[in-house]
Design a protein. Structure first.
Length: 303
């Protein structure tokens, strides 16, 4: 029993620190993008922060690479306002997704981070078991495919017009340009609705409307490292299901291949699963070290 308690304490102290790394990474990228966006505005007035990039938000958005892909393949040029950096970022994020899944969505995207911050308010208002479960499962299941419709619409309109039509309703662009004349009213409205909905539904934009999330979500079907559940040590208490921001039924899967997974790791034993080594982030068979953590903790829990 003592061994199990010590193992459990070690597991919580060591692995929960890893989950805090995600919080740090999220805050870092949110602050970085915000500062660059502000610096871009300052640069237009002749004043800027010397050591900070003054690139436009279009140059920092990997989805811009997806939007301009057709134009680039057919003409060799980029859509207006899209930079080569967007193309490079798109390639990097796609390669990363093929290895680890949509980590851009769960770790980097500032709009996703802001939705999570609003979600923390929603959880206090409605409690964890009620929050993020307002929409009936049958309806929610079909709503999740809307973002693929948005993706098709964006790609078609961009390819036929040669313009960034999506920028007029993009909440990400509105978030970091609401103080400038570049932002469209439509973008501000969508941003406002997204943040309001985040008080009831976690990451509503990511679930139902984000076109880039739709692209990266496909990587879950072929990714190398995935969320894996060991049935033999699973308590079936639903901790992984309740804490999943994307409402994925993790407790019913051996390997999570859901197109909505954002690789946030909140369902894993490193975060909320009470049994070490039961829900893990791995490429294949669970390593022996994980099973050494899992067995003592199960014994401690049984006692």
């Amino acid at each position: 029993m003592q061994t199990g308690i010590k193992t459990s304490l070690f597991h919580k102290r060591f692995f929960r620190k890893n989950i805090w790394i995600r919080r740090v990474v999220q805050f870092f990228f949110f602050a970085l993008i915000a500062l660059i966006a502000i610096n871009h505005t300052l640069a237009e007035t002749g004043q800027s922060i010397p050591f900070l990039s003054s690139a436009s938000l279009h140059a920092l958005c990997p989805f811009g690479g997806v939007e301009t892909l057709y134009t680039y393949l057919t003409t060799g040029s980029f859509v207006q306002k899209i930079h080569e950096s967007s193309f490079i970022l798109m390639i990097i994020s796609l390669l990363t997704a093929l290895l680890f899944g949509p980590v851009f969505c769960g770790w980097v995207c500032p709009l996703g981070t802001l939705q999570e911050w609003f979600a923390s308010i929603g959880r206090k208002l409605f409690k964890r078991r009620r929050y993020n479960h307002f929409i009936p499962a049958k309806i929610d299941r079909w709503l999740r495919f809307l973002r693929y419709g948005v993706l098709i619409w964006v790609l078609y309109m961009t390819a036929t017009t040669g313009k960034l039509i999506f920028a007029d309703v993009d909440p990400y662009f509105a978030l970091f340009n609401f103080w400038s004349s570049e932002v469209a009213v439509g973008g501000l409205i969508v941003l406002g609705v997204t943040l309001l909905a985040s008080l009831f539904i976690e990451r509503p934009w990511c679930k139902y409307a984000c076109p880039y999330g739709a692209v990266l979500g496909l990587s879950n079907l072929v990714r190398v490292f995935s969320i894996r559940r060991t049935a033999s040590t699973c308590r079936m208490d639903g901790a992984c299901d309740i804490t999943c921001p994307m409402n994925i039924n993790v407790s019913a899967k051996a390997v999570v291949r859901d197109h909505q997974c954002i690789s946030c790791l909140e369902c894993t034993s490193e975060a909320h699963c009470p049994v070490a080594g039961t829900v893990t982030f791995a490429s294949g068979r669970l390593p022996k070290q994980v099973m050494l953590f899992a067995k003592p903790q199960m014994m401690a829990g049984d006692e």
